[in-house]
Design a protein around this ligand. Structure first.
Ligand code: FEO
Length: 174
């Protein structure tokens, strides 16, 4: 069993991951509506990955005999002024998530809960990647700003992103 504090914080994190999923799905739909099919694909993959993150935490709570308590998913914004703005919000949001993961790691360390600390290592590494990919996308958008053909090319590039299931889920059939 986990400490009550860590159990509650992971339940909150499941909600945060599902909210992230919903945010990226909204970005995908907005990009689709504006004709950016590649950008829509990039954010669609992001929505799948965030659901993996929630599932990893849910599987973990179940494996530690702790109940998953699902909470309402708060409303998300549905319109962005540009693709650049979507990626700027992505970076801002991922920085918040990094803070939440760090907070979980701090609670696990305080509890001397080594199994939880170990589980969180994957998320700590993942957040480095999440922030880096958002920064890369901001850089790419800034590079093609006011160049419609460049944006067209970037959109085609983003269409190639594919979903790979998160490694902690790879061995389970779920
Ligand atoms: Fe679940 Fe984008 O971090």
């Amino acid at each position: 069993m986990l400490s009550q504090k860590l159990h509650a914080a992971i339940n909150e994190q499941i909600n945060a991951e599902l909210w992230s999923a919903y945010l990226y799905l909204a970005m995908s739909m907005d990009a689709e509506a504006k004709g950016y099919k590649g950008v829509a694909n990039w954010f669609y993959v992001q929505w799948l990955e965030e659901q993996d993150h929630a599932r990893i935490f849910m599987n973990y709570l179940n494996s530690r005999d702790c109940k998953v308590e699902l909470k309402p998913i708060a409303e998300v914004r549905t319109e962005w002024s540009s693709v650049l703005e979507m990626f700027q919000e992505t970076l801002k949001h991922e920085k918040v998530v990094t803070g939440l993961i760090n907070n979980l790691a701090a609670i696990a360390a305080e509890d001397k809960d080594f199994a939880s600390s170990n589980m969180l290592v994957w998320f700590i590494d993942e957040q480095i990647e999440e922030e880096e990919s958002a920064r890369d996308m901001i850089f790419a958008c800034e590079a093609v700003e006011s160049d419609k053909y460049g944006m067209y090319q970037l959109d085609k590039e983003l269409a190639a992103r594919t979903y790979t299931q998160a490694s902690p889920l790879a061995s389970s059939a779920e």
